[in-house]
Design a protein around this ligand. Structure first.
Ligand code: IMP
Ligand code: MG
Length: 173
């Protein structure tokens, strides 16, 4: 495995420290309010589970699975919802929890889709952001780290469904 994996870009300790900060920020911003965290499957599952532990206000969670048509490494912006939310988000404070904002096309689609369901507030938390690749006009409200334009794996992110279990962020090259 180490033959084709790059160096550790973000260690387990760095991930946890930054996620603690994001959790504190969200706790402050939504003090006294309830928040629904929407985990975008599958990549955001580890981020969700660590982030939710660091939020001190009342939290509920829900899951959505989306797939973008196109090949494995590129996003097409045409998004199919393969699992929708279990509950209505009308009138709720909603935070979309995503693994990476790459071109931003997936998040843009998701954001606009969820907005039509009339949440009270709608925010985006992304663990990673690749500014060099951004196409869509979409901004995250909470960002963990900016990364270079490399193919990232680990901590939920996959290559052909593998490597999600790595507790740190690395890359394929
Ligand atoms: P988008 O280009 O922002 O629409 O990204 C769509 C999805 O592609 C993300 O939610 C990730 O699941 C996946 N993705 C984008 N860049 C990477 C990467 O570097 N490694 C692994 N998955 C990625
Ligand atoms: Mg994803």
């Amino acid at each position: 495995m180490s033959n084709f994996m790059g160096e550790i870009l973000i260690s387990e300790e760095e991930l946890q420290a930054r996620i603690n900060e994001l959790g504190e920020q969200i706790s402050k911003d939504f003090e006294g309010e309830e928040v629904v965290l929407i985990c975008v499957l599958k990549g955001a599952c580890m981020f969700l589970s660590d982030l939710m532990k660091r939020i001190s206000t009342i939290v509920t969670i829900d899951f959505m699975a989306v797939s973008s048509y196109g090949n494995a490494l590129e996003s097409s912006g045409v998004v199919k919802i393969s699992k929708d939310l279990d509950s209505s988000i009308e009138g709720k404070n909603v935070i979309i929890v995503e693994d990476i904002l790459d071109t931003g096309l997936t998040l843009k689609y998701l954001y606009e889709n969820l907005l039509t369901r009339n949440p009270k507030t709608l925010k985006i938390a992304t663990l990673l952001e690749k500014p060099a690749r951004k196409i869509a006009d979409i901004e995250a409200d909470y960002t963990g780290f900016e990364v270079e334009d490399r193919f990232i794996i680990g901590y939920g992110l996959d290559y052909e469904q593998k490597f999600r279990n790595l507790p740190y962020i690395t890359c394929l090259d």
